[in-house]
Design a protein around this ligand. Structure first.
Ligand SMILES: [Zn+2]
Length: 55
């Protein structure tokens, strides 16, 4: 049986770390701190990959 699970939609919902990372990225973007935005993008990407792996 196959369960169609979107890569990083459902699981990231309600994840506090996802929220924190996105929040941090928004703050960095608001401050035009592009290097921090990039940092957060990497962290979010890495973290969501962990979600995709099912851990
Ligand atoms: Zn998460």
């Amino acid at each position: 049986m196959t369960t169609p699970v979107p890569p990083n939609a459902a699981k990231t919902e309600g994840c506090r770390e996802c929220k924190d990372l996105e929040c941090g990225r928004e703050h960095a973007a608001a401050e035009r701190d592009l290097s921090r935005v990039t940092d957060f993008n990497v962290l979010i990407c890495r973290h969501q990959r962990a979600h995709a792996n099912g851990s």
